[in-house]
Ligand binder design. Structure first.
Ligand SMILES: [Zn+2]
Length: 175
């Protein structure tokens, strides 16, 4: 590989890495919007192959209904608005790993890669530290729900921010 080519590859890698961080940061911002609107702090966005944000949302579990998770909203939006190929190529960036309901919706709709900041295992650990009752359903990883899923996470660079949002939510709710 010549020098020019190596430099080009490094540039592409840095650009991809920056894009990546931009979307994870956006997922955390959306989680905070969720918190500020009275819901649990979870945020997710759907990005197409060219890097355009197609749809984004945050949890609305308290203000709408307990199943109003952003990842489920993404699956529904994608089913209505994208072709099979577009769905397969789209990437979901999310502040927290999908719950089993959202993983299932992701698989049913045939969406592509998932990149998450914090894992469900991390969340369970944080909630138990905060003295929150465990979930009333089995908490399973995306890979357990969707064998062969293309998944990346956790991303420790942002996970402390997500943890702080959950602490804010549960501390406020105890008062
Ligand atoms: Zn969910």
């Amino acid at each position: 590989m010549n020098e020019q080519r190596v430099l080009q590859n490094i540039e592409d890698w840095v650009r991809a890495e920056l894009e990546y961080e931009k979307f994870l940061k956006r997922a955390v911002e959306l989680a905070e919007d969720g918190l500020n609107s009275g819901n649990q702090p979870f945020g997710s966005l759907l990005v197409d192959r060219a890097g355009n944000i197609l749809f984004e949302d945050h949890n609305r579990d308290n203000t709408e209904n307990p199943t109003a998770h952003p990842e489920l909203a993404i699956s529904r939006w994608a089913a209505r608005n994208l072709s099979e190929e577009e769905r397969r190529e789209a990437v979901v960036y999310t502040s927290g790993e999908h719950c089993p309901m959202c993983s299932t919706s992701h698989a049913l709709v045939g969406l592509g890669k998932i990149v998450y900041v914090s894992s469900s295992a991390q969340l369970s650990e944080w909630l138990s530290e905060l003295g929150v009752e465990p979930a009333s359903y089995s908490v399973k990883s995306i890979q357990e729900m969707i064998p062969g899923a293309d998944v990346e996470g956790p991303h420790e660079k942002f996970s402390q921010q997500v943890k702080a949002l959950h602490e804010r939510y549960h501390t406020k709710n105890k008062e």
